[in-house]
Design a protein around this ligand. Structure first.
Ligand code: ADP
Length: 546
């Protein structure tokens, strides 16, 4: 709201005040009067005057003094004051008045027109001053906004630059990964092709043949490991790597890893390294609730690295319960890691090139995967290392005790040589002939009778028409009808027949898990199928039929 300008009239003579009021009362202003300088100062303390008309000749405090004091009251330091006088009309008083800060000097008797005109001019000036002040204030505000905008833009520009640099770095890293990957994949593939070709040579000795088969198998394992690592990496990136918790016997898991790595150590010509398993002494085997497969993957990765980055000495690994956690470690006496590399050793794609004379290949994904998996399992991982002395990776997981004492299939202790399943029939639903042939070969020792369905609907039909089928091994990806649908159909008319699904995709995938749960299968086995695992699972179901 626009306020009405207030004008202060100061004169000790009431008649003068009256006549000034009469002269000015048609102007759009509010007039306030004071009969002395003192009164004027009191009013100035309560109001915000636009203009003051002050008589010079007053008792106690004259007009000059009043003007001076008015100017020192709050908000009035710029107050325009017009001095009025009948006596002090000489130049020296005009000059004194101006020097004190008066904006004008009007002699008495006052001319109404002149006084009105002058007051109007000051009011206009005041209004312009106000507008100017308003403009300046707006300008200042705009300036402030502009400065903030510039600051913000600079921040965005810097963020964009950083994001671009990061994207460029990522693309560079990914290109590097592709180059690495094609090299990494080429190595085992070359070895597989080369030795597979040598095996076909009819002149080679049996011992050599055995060696070549062993190389092919070793290279295939490496290839598989590499592919799994890349797949897990992309699942993690997409936030799709899920944890499947269940009972996991830690003692058995570590013992199994010890056995596997003893073999890997031999196969990699690292026999001069001593592998030691350090198991905490507990009353009985420790079974906790965790994702056993992922835990195995973490320790395998760390053991793999320990082997890869050591030439001799020892590798110790083990576990120890600590309060409500279990601590795991993998310790080696290998090449070690320099202090400056330790901070980002868990970053994806991080590799330390040219470590000593070891030509260790890798993708730089292993440790980043380990860290992510440990985090998903609710734990933390850390490393201590010294170049040429060795490294120690330690991680701890929450110790959620399992209510089931035995881990899955732990009770299925079997010796393959003594198995005789010649009285049993297994239906294998598998569209790939090579895969079927492998399964047939793998189960030959058991003597089991095998029937083959090449797709889902054939499998359903065979279960319907062949009552002697004891168990079904069902592939998931098949033309016509997939394994989940086929399992559901089979179970709808024969709910008691055990169906084991075989899949190339780990059942940790969301969709896979849901489909699998809906299909109501009895067990699953992940491809590539390990013969021992397959026989263990089958024996579990066939045992119940004996
Ligand atoms: P990769 O082994 O495929 O290169 P990782 O992520 O497993 O990738 O390891 C990253 C890097 O950390 C390796 O390149 C290696 O330089 C270093 N590193 C990992 N484990 C060890 C270890 N036990 N001893 C020495 N260096 C290691």
């Amino acid at each position: 709201m626009k306020s009405i300008p207030e004008i202060l009239l100061v004169d000790d003579n009431e008649t003068n005040i009256y006549s000034l009021t009469k002269i000015l009362d048609r102007l759009p202003v509010k007039l306030l009067s004071a009969l002395s300088g003192k009164e004027a100062l009191i009013l100035a303390g309560k109001h915000n005057f636009t203009l003051a008309l002050v008589d010079i000749q007053m008792p106690d405090m004259d007009g000059f003094e009043t003007l001076k004091r008015l100017r020192s009251t709050p908000n009035h330091d710029q107050l325009p004051v017009i001095l009025i006088s009948a006596i002090y009309t000489e130049d020296q008083y005009r000059i004194k008045g101006m020097a004190t800060g008066a904006v004008d000097f009007i002699p008495k008797p006052v001319s109404p027109e002149i006084i009105r005109a002058k007051v109007k001019v000051f009011l206009e000036l005041e209004q312009q001053k106000r507008q100017l002040n308003q403009l300046v204030a707006e300008l200042k505000k705009k300036n402030k906004q502009l400065a903030a905008e510039i600051k913000n833009r600079k921040k965005i520009e810097s963020e964009l630059r950083k994001a671009r640099a990061k994207a460029e770095k990522n693309s560079e890293i990914k290109n590097q990964l592709l180059v690495n990957m094609s090299h990494e994949i080429r190595t085992p593939v070359n070895s597989i092709l080369g030795f597979a070709d040598l095996i076909t040579n009819p002149d080679i000795e049996d011992v050599d043949k055995e060696r070549y088969v062993h190389y092919v198998s070793h290279s295939s394992q490496n290839l598989l490991f590499l592919i799994d690592e890349i797949l897990d990496h992309s699942r993690l990136e997409a936030g799709e790597l899920k944890i499947v918790t269940g009972p996991c016997c830690i003692h058995d898991l570590l013992a199994e890893l010890y056995e596997a790595f003893e073999k890997i150590k031999d196969q990699s010509d690292k026999n001069n390294i001593n592998l030691i398993l350090e198991l905490a002494k507990t009353d009985k085997k420790l079974t906790i609730q965790t994702d056993c497969q992922r835990l195995r993957q973490i320790i395998s990765n760390l053991l793999n690295n320990a082997l890869k980055y050591s030439k001799e000495g020892e590798i110790r690994f083990g576990m120890e319960p600590k309060g409500n956690h279990i601590e795991f470690w993998v310790h080696d006496t290998g090449v070690g890691i320099a202090k400056e590399d330790l901070d980002n050793i868990f970053d994806r794609f991080k590799r330390i090139e040219n470590i000593s004379d070891l030509k260790a290949s890798g993708t730089g994904l292993g440790l980043s995967l380990c860290k992510n998996l440990v985090t998903l399992l609710g734990g933390t991982i850390r490393v201590t290392s010294k170049p040429n002395v060795g490294s120690e990776f330690r991680f701890s997981l929450p110790m959620k005790m399992s209510t089931t004492e035995e881990a899955v299939h732990e009770d299925d202790e079997i010796t393959q040589d003594t198995i005789d399943w010649s009285a049993h029939t297994l239906l294998i639903a598998e569209d790939e002939e090579m895969n079927f042939m492998f399964l047939q070969e793998a189960l030959k020792v058991t003597g089991i009778h095998i029937v083959w369905a090449k797709n889902g609907s054939e499998a359903v039909e065979m279960v319907k028409t062949t009552p002697k089928i004891d168990v079904v091994l069902m592939d998931i990806k098949m033309p016509d009808m997939d394994g989940y649908q086929a399992t559901a159909k089979v179970k709808s008319f024969n709910p008691s027949i055990p169906v084991i699904i075989q899949t190339a995709m780990a059942l940790t995938d969301n969709q896979g898990k849901t489909d699998a749960q809906n299909a109501d299968f009895d067990d699953f086995i992940t491809k590539p199928i390990n013969r021992t695992t397959l026989i263990k699972i089958l024996s579990h179901f066939l045992k119940n039929k004996d």
